[in-house]
Design a protein around this ligand. Structure first.
Ligand SMILES: [Zn+2]
Ligand SMILES: [Zn+2]
Length: 105
């Protein structure tokens, strides 16, 4: 069996790569947890603060009609959540006070 050492070294190589990459996986997991936590906080509050004028009364829980092509689903939900029919998400809204764009979590 001449190619056993080569197989073994590729397994060891993959393992070493995995060990080297594991801090990156951990960091990414922590990062996505942080983003999820921030989004959950905004969705629970039901309002989003405008970074331009500081107005914090921009309502998120509204009756919304999905603007995705061929959908048009209308429902009461948070603007930060995806459409329950097609999964389309709004990426930003206008501030109802100053009109600036606010990025949704
Ligand atoms: Zn939709
Ligand atoms: Zn504003």
């Amino acid at each position: 069996m001449p190619d056993t050492p080569r197989k073994l070294s590729s397994v060891v190589g993959a393992f070493v790569l995995f060990v080297l990459a594991s801090p990156i996986f951990a960091l990414r997991a922590i990062g996505s947890l942080f983003v999820f936590h921030r989004a959950a906080k905004v969705i629970r509050a039901g309002f989003i603060r405008c970074p331009s004028c500081g107005y914090s009364g921009n309502r998120l829980d509204v009756l919304i009609e999905c603007r995705a092509k061929g959908c048009g689903w209308t429902e009461h939900r948070s603007l930060a959540l995806p459409c329950s029919r097609c999964g389309e998400r709004l990426e930003w809204i206008h501030c109802s006070e100053c009109g600036a764009s606010i990025e949704l979590p």
